[in-house]
Design a protein around this ligand. Structure first.
Ligand code: FAD
Ligand code: HEM
Length: 371
């Protein structure tokens, strides 16, 4: 480990236990030195407070792996344009971070630590700003909701059309979505559930979670005619155009969205690769999106769909957690593997794939929560 990384890790041990305090100081400093910055953040900041600070700290801590982080930081900088972040805001935030660290650690802080955090923050901010400056796309697209269909009590399938030109993306990617009418400045990521279409429309499958802000608004409050904002596409769960391997796709609940997009994409060109989709849910009511996939499979014999329920004894089909079910059909060693759904599902699926010795470079996944 080089000296910078060593200093960052060492100094972080002083603050680690006092994250709440650090977050408090950080936001207070930032909003005090530039009160206009408060308007960039959601009205309701509970729970979110730490997300930004944690992200900055994680980024700073991994500065010793710049190669790996470069593309991520550029994409993050591009994406930050949706928050109306300007280059000068990075300095204000950097100063607030340093002040907060000093205040939280008191006498234990040293000049060396100060310099290390300053250097690391600057390196990250420069990459993010470079990413933002190089992006020719708009910071976000306005899109009109043209279809809103409830599937069961918690799930909605939404279709929307960008009003300010097409939103270019690849099947399997996701975008950040804002519902400005109900929850201004609150953005969450949702997978696009269709391959790019000629009419540029986009489909989303949203499940409202417990007390979830944005998912509840998208499922229960949004109506046809409402406007959404969609930010630049992200994610690498896309098809490898050079691969000739068969595909294994594992989806839990609305994790089916990007898998459906991949199946549609493959249907445009595929003649030779088998695609096996395992779709898991707790009960059959949550298997909301199979009809469209069965329709695709009827015209494309290379596509097979295996639904499973983990807590519905009356379900005629596979029973059990989806990672146990697809394990029974393995081994999957020579497949390109795609997994999407809750963090628990992704973790279990990755364990099964590791047991099958699937090379990590042949696995792509999106976890819909913190892994
Ligand atoms: C790459 C990616 C793609 C995603 N794609 C989709 C998608 O296609 N469809 C979709 O519906 N969601 C998707 N998500 C999840 C989505 O981004 C939101 O996290 C989710 O909708 C919850 O947001 P919220 O504002 O409603 O909840 P928040 O207000 O953020 O959370 C409120 C409370 O709910 C809890 N909570 C948050 N998420 C969950 C959860 N999944 N299960 C149980 N409790 C939870 C939180 O801990 C918190 O206590 C995706 C996430 C990622 C990272
Ligand atoms: C080192 C620099 C920074 C890093 C690593 C960083 C990282 C992040 C990350 C990972 C998130 C979580 C959501 C997302 O992925 O978009 C986030 C949210 C956010 N960031 Fe940054 N950011 C940085 C600088 C800034 C600056 C300079 C501003 C402007 C003052 C800013 C404003 C925001 C806002 C408004 C949010 C949304 C917060 C919320 O929803 O509560 N960020 N940031």
């Amino acid at each position: 480990m080089d000296n910078l990384a060593q200093l960052l890790k060492e100094s972080w041990t002083l603050v680690e236990e006092q994250r709440d305090k650090l977050a408090g100081y950080f936001y207070a400093r930032m909003f005090l030195s530039d009160p206009t910055l408060r308007a960039l953040f959601p009205i309701q900041m509970d729970g979110q407070r730490d997300r930004l600070l944690e992200a900055i700290v994680t980024a700073v801590q991994t500065i010793d792996d710049p190669e790996n982080f470069d593309e991520y930081l550029r994409a993050l900088g591009r994406d930050h344009r949706k928050y109306h972040v300007k280059p000068e805001h990075y300095d204000t935030m950097g100063a607030a971070l340093l002040d907060a660290l000093r205040q939280a650690t008191g006498d234990q802080w040293s000049v060396e630590y100060d310099q290390a955090w300053r250097d690391a923050y600057r390196a990250i901010a420069e990459r993010m700003q470079a990413g933002a400056a190089a992006d020719e796309n708009p910071p976000f697209w306005h899109a009109e909701v043209i279809g809103h269909e409830r599937r069961g009590s918690d799930i909605a399938v939404l279709t929307c059309r960008p009003l300010t030109g097409p939103l270019p993306y690849r099947a399997g990617q996701y975008v950040s979505v804002e519902v400005p009418l109900h929850l201004p400045r609150m953005w969450r990521t949702y997978s696009i559930a269709n391959a790019p279409r000629e009419d540029h429309t986009l489909e989303f499958h949203v499940r409202s979670v417990g007390a979830g802000w944005v998912s509840s608004a998208l499922v229960r409050r949004v109506r046809v005619g409402d406007l959404l904002r969609l930010a630049a596409p992200m994610g690498s769960m896309v098809l490898d155009p050079h691969s000739e391997r068969d595909l294994l796709c594992v989806a839990g609940g609305v994790g089916l969205a990007p898998i459906k997009a991949l199946a549609e994409e493959l249907a445009r060109t595929n003649r030779t690769r088998w695609m096996h989709v395992f779709a898991g849910a707790t009960t059959r009511d949550e298997l909301y999106g199979l009809a469209e996939l069965y329709e695709l499979a009827a015209n494309h014999p290379w596509l097979s769909i295996i639904p499973a329920c983990s807590a519905d004894p009356g379900f005629v089909g596979e029973q059990g957690e989806i990672s146990e079910v697809f394990a029974r059909y393995g081994p999957w060693t020579t497949h390109d593997c795609y997994v999407s759904g809750s963090a628990a599902l992704v973790r279990a699926a990755l364990r099964t794939l590791a047991a099958d010795d699937v090379p990590p470079e042949n696995i792509r996944y999106d976890a819909f929560g913190d892994l």
